[in-house]
Design a protein around this ligand. Structure first.
Ligand SMILES: NC(=O)c1ccc[n+]([C@@H]2O[C@H](COP(=O)([O-])OP(=O)(O)OC[C@H]3O[C@@H](n4cnc5c(N)ncnc54)[C@H](OP(=O)(O)O)[C@@H]3O)[C@@H](O)[C@H]2O)c1
Length: 273
């Protein structure tokens, strides 16, 4: 495993397992598959309704909590709601801390919500705090109005929407760039089957998905592919045995189409910041 180091010194595996659209009833089984395959970082959220399943999978796998990196996301708005939401998340998860908690997306009272994350961080309930789906302007505004610097911004990022401008901004501010939809969800098959991706897959003896994942982790972009298929889960984890050359990385950067799969959220469009 390779790791990124946050601006507060906490380390996070550069590769983790996503649980969006994983129904609560099958979360424990699928997260257990990911843990068995070697994943130690799991991404859940209040909005996914599956924090309890993640906690159950950890118990079932019998892995010590300090060997894991667990992220959840708050989708509450305002200080009190967020404060209570964090405690409710921990209760559902069945633990006394998260490694990372992020605001799921900007809301009218995001600065107040972030203050609740800061206080929970201070109280030892969250080792690191950050945001998701925040553009550069929104981050500037949040940082001007808070004391704990966000460690991460989780934003849609894959071959077709590389977020090169946000990446430069985040790097400049010592905030880690995390990708959601690294395999571009429903567009994944199209990306994996591009002739250029297939040529690299043949060269390195891997799959198209593995090339797409490595393209991101090689840029120190935290990457959390989701899969319910045990074969896919295992191969998504097995992506550190090869390294794309600088020329190959530069070629892949040319595939950027500068917009997301379905345009959500509109505030991430490059003309909005
Ligand atoms: N912050 C946010 O707003 C936000 C938004 C969306 C997602 N996320 C997070 O990011 C994670 C990843 O994004 P995502 O789940 O939306 O999409 P994704 O990881 O880009 O794509 C998931 C799809 O890829 C397929 N897949 C996975 N591995 C594959 C492989 N090796 N070969 C072929 N197909 C493969 C999966 O199908 P199979 O099950 O058949 O493998 C699934 O349909 C989420 O689970 C969630 O944790 C965050």
């Amino acid at each position: 495993m390779e790791y990124v180091t946050f601006n507060n010194g906490v380390q996070m595996p550069v590769l983790g397992y996503g649980t969006y659209q994983t129904p609560p009833a099958i979360t424990a089984v699928n997260v257990k598959k990911a843990l068995d395959a070697g994943f130690r970082s799991i991404d859940t959220a209040q909005a996914y309704g599956n924090e309890a399943g993640v906690g159950q999978a950890i118990k079932d796998a019998g892995i010590a909590r300090d060997q894991l990196f667990i992220t959840s996301k708050a989708n509450t708005d305002g200080y009190e709601e967020t404060k209570q939401g964090i405690d409710a998340s921990l209760r559902r998860f069945g633990g006394d801390y998260f490694d990372l908690m992020i605001l799921h997306w900007p809301m009218p009272q995001s600065h107040e919500s972030y203050r609740a994350l800061e206080d929970a961080h201070q109280a030892g309930k969250i080792r690191a705090i950050g945001v998701s789906n925040f553009n550069a302007k929104q981050l500037d505004s949040l940082m001007a109005d808070s004391t704990v610097k966000p460690v991460i911004d989780q934003i849609e990022t894959h071959l077709y929407w590389q977020q090169q401008r946000m990446h430069a901004y985040l790097t400049q501010h010592d905030i880690i760039h995390e990708s959601w939809a690294p395999l571009a969800e429903t567009k994944g098959r199209e990306l994996m089957n591009l002739p250029e991706i297939q040529a690299l897959a043949a060269k390195y003896g891997v799959s198209g998905a593995q090339i797409l994942i490595r393209f991101l982790t090689q840029q120190q972009i935290v990457t959390i592919p989701m899969s319910l298929n045990a074969t896919h889960i295992a191969s998504n984890f097995d992506t550190f045995g090869f390294k794309l050359t600088d020329d190959e990385m530069a070629d892949l950067r040319q595939f950027d189409q500068h917009h997301g799969i379905n345009g959500w959220p509109a505030t991430m469009h490059e003309d909005r910041y």
